[in-house]
Write a protein that binds this ligand. Structure first.
Ligand code: XLS
Ligand code: NI
Ligand code: NI
Length: 437
């Protein structure tokens, strides 16, 4: 059965002049940009939860989307049908990777053992599908936020019984990820925070979260899983405050609990903006600390203050993301995972294609623009010139820790009032526009 009849075989690249809504205008998978193909640079992944499990429901309304794969009355059959639909979609869209939570692919059972059995059945099914299609797993994760048992957190729960449940669930989700050859495993702490400090031991909860991560590091070694671990920062929602609130808070956490060698970050645009930062800021902070791992590619809405998880279509945004990724030398284990959902009114399966095609085209264009800005070199030259004083003499000695307050005073007495220079913000914004207009 074909769940996506609107695309008969594969979405094609037709180029910028095409007016076909079901064709790529910019994403040409095998086109080489700066020594690598677009496919190799961008490493697109589809998120199982939004694209195949999303229903269009919101806090005010019931589901709006009827999906043919969600029809069977047998939960395991329904899960298998959903997986058939997923792999049909991956193949027709021509993406190489997917991402999932344990509870996306297999239903929770009546007991923990039943849930594990369900997960095993669907993991085996996915393994078969991966073999047939060549599609690979970017990362897996455990859903430690939907079930009522996690109402007060998973690892950070006041009750150690819940910690044990969460850790056991992670163990099995890691097993599934390992079996599927996953290139990574993500920790997103949806409820690892607090709703009110009146009932919370904050530092202890942070230590509990670190304890779970250390167990995961040990287990990873034990089973021989070599994929990359990621933490996905988010400041709030569903909790009032999440402990892994942004890149810099995660850096502090990883350093405090001796986890820097074991985790990188999976950064999501809408989480960055919820934290009051730009994605460019989050990417820069992570890259310069050496812990930029992967990206959840989406965007928020300027006028809505929650995680709307929209598809990214803004070329300025994708250019900024690609500039940071190119500066890092590109992804290794990570990729661009569309952690994004179609709007409540976009009820047709065709809308899923429009959404992903638009996101892929926007990133392909961002990649080309970022590569052109780098090859042009003027932006980097301006920044290097601006900091030139730190590359030799007094500036260099300060950075090397070889100057004191007394040396600084001596410097001032000899050089007098410092020269001021324009920061050229407008000229640089215009320079970026030379490439984007
Ligand atoms: C939610 C998160 C979630 C993670 C995976 O806001 O983005 O979808 O990516 O648990
Ligand atoms: Ni995400
Ligand atoms: Ni999110």
């Amino acid at each position: 059965m074909a769940y996506f009849p609107e695309v008969s075989s594969k979405v094609a690249y037709e180029g910028p002049g095409s007016r076909n809504p079901l064709a790529f205008k910019r994403y040409d998978a095998d086109k080489v940009v700066g020594g690598k193909t677009m496919r190799e640079h961008l490493r697109f992944a589809i998120s199982y939860w939004h694209t195949f499990k999303g229903t269009g429901s919101d806090p005010f309304g019931l589901p709006t989307m009827d999906r043919a794969w969600d029809a069977s009355s047998d939960p395991i059959q329904r899960a298998k049908d959903t997986m058939d639909a997923a792999f049909e979609f991956f193949t027709k869209l021509g993406v190489d990777f997917w991402c999932f939570h344990d509870r996306d692919i297999a239903p929770e059972g009546a007991t923990f053992a039943d849930s594990c059995k369900n997960l095993q059945i669907l993991t085996d099914y996915a393994e078969q599908k991966q073999k047939e299609t060549g599609v690979k797993l970017l990362w897996g994760t455990a859903n430690l936020f939907s079930h009522p048992r996690y109402q007060a957190g998973a690892a950070t729960n006041p009750n150690p019984d819940v910690f044990a449940y969460a850790a056991s669930q992670v163990k099995h989700a890691m097993d599934a990820t390992f079996q599927l050859g996953g290139q990574g495993y993500t920790f997103w702490g949806g409820r690892e925070g607090y709703d009110t400090l009146w009932n919370t031991k904050m530092q202890q909860e942070r230590a509990q979260f670190a304890a779970l991560l250390h167990m995961a590091v040990d287990y990873k070694k034990q089973i021989g899983f070599t994929g990359q671990f990621y933490i996905e920062p988010k400041p709030m929602e569903p909790t009032k405050h999440q402990y892994d609130s942004d890149t810099e808070a995660c850096l502090n956490f990883l350093r405090e609990f001796d986890l820097m060698d074991h985790l990188k970050l999976n950064l999501e645009t809408n989480h960055a903006t919820l934290a009051g930062h730009s994605m460019q800021h989050e990417m820069r902070a992570a890259r310069e600390a050496g812990i930029l791992g992967s990206v959840d590619a989406n965007t928020g809405d300027e006028l809505l203050g929650w995680d709307t998880d929209q598809f990214p279509t803004n070329v300025y945004l994708t250019t900024q993301i690609m500039l940071e990724l190119l500066a890092m030398g590109g992804f290794t284990t990570g990729g661009l995972n569309f952690d994004a959902k179609v709007r409540r009114q976009s009820i047709d399966t065709e809308d899923l294609f429009h959404a992903h095609i638009g996101g892929m085209d926007a990133f392909a264009r961002g990649l080309e623009i970022a590569q052109a800005i780098i090859e042009d070199g003027r932006l980097q030259k301006f920044v290097d010139d601006r900091y030139e004083g730190w590359t030799h003499g007094f500036g260099q000695k300060v950075l090397d820790g070889r100057r004191t307050f007394a040396d600084c005073e001596d410097h001032v007495l000899r050089h007098g009032e410092p020269a001021r220079k324009s920061g050229r913000q407008e000229a640089l914004e215009n320079l970026i526009n030379e490439f984007t207009l």
